[in-house]
Design a protein around this ligand. Structure first.
Ligand code: MN
Length: 229
């Protein structure tokens, strides 16, 4: 599925359906369970020089694949094996006895969302409907960028920063480890992974430089806008 078709399919369906479409349409069914690694929406070197092919190779091919494999192992022979990904996330969120299933399911979801939140030659100020929503909720693009950067840079340890639709307003949410706003009914529009594995090979300890590169050169505003629908 090319990007235009992906956006066409995703418009009007919202983020949940979007990810299901990505999973169904762009991945091969793995031999070991119901979930498989969704296709990367661009080549591994397509985000260079902001994110290297080496980072994507490990992050997508090892980390994301690892979450898929562990999820399949944990749900094998359980009722979760017959549920869609988002239903597993919502059924297991906040339940200590299901922490391993939640963590791996949420990380599968979060990483798929993250790859689609970026695009080669992306970034910068958005145009159109998403720009109007950002101005309405934050006052200006610059105020949004400052708040998003702060949420991503100040996350202690591993986690994520998100732009979400919460009711009628866009807000910024930070989550720890595998936690995801998708577990609580908010609609994710964009995310950035701030686990060290996302940036350490390219930026070492300079997390803020990675966040700036994401905003200036990578953000997929078409994806964010499609998720508004
Ligand atoms: Mn990651």
């Amino acid at each position: 599925m090319n990007r235009r078709d992906f956006l066409k399919v995703s418009a009007g369906l919202g983020a949940m359906a979007t990810l299901q479409m990505v999973g169904i349409s762009c991945s091969r069914k793995g031999p070991e369970g119901p979930f498989s690694l969704p296709g990367l929406p661009y080549a591994e070197d397509a985000l260079e020089p902001c994110i290297s092919a080496k980072t994507i190779s490990f992050h997508y091919g090892k980390h994301h694949q690892g979450y898929v494999d562990k999820l399949n192992r944990h749900i094998s022979g359980t009722p979760f094996a017959k549920m869609p990904l988002l239903e597993i996330i919502r059924e297991t969120a906040g339940k200590a006895e299901h922490a391993a299933v939640f963590n791996n399911a949420a990380q599968v979801y979060n990483h798929t969302f993250y790859w689609n939140s970026m695009t080669p030659k992306g970034g910068g100020k958005p145009q159109g409907a998403i720009a109007e929503r950002i101005d309405a909720s934050f006052g200006s693009y610059d105020a949004f960028a400052e708040a998003f950067t702060d949420a991503a840079a100040s996350r202690f340890g591993s986690g994520w920063a998100w732009l979400v639709l919460d009711g009628d307003a866009l807000t910024i949410v930070g989550t720890s480890n595998a936690d995801t706003p998708a577990a609580s009914g908010r609609t994710p529009l964009l995310t950035i992974d701030v686990w060290e594995h996302a940036y350490y090979l390219d930026y070492q300890n300079r997390r803020k430089a990675y966040i700036e590169a994401y905003l200036e050169s990578l953000v997929n505003w078409d994806f964010a806008e499609a998720n508004l629908a």
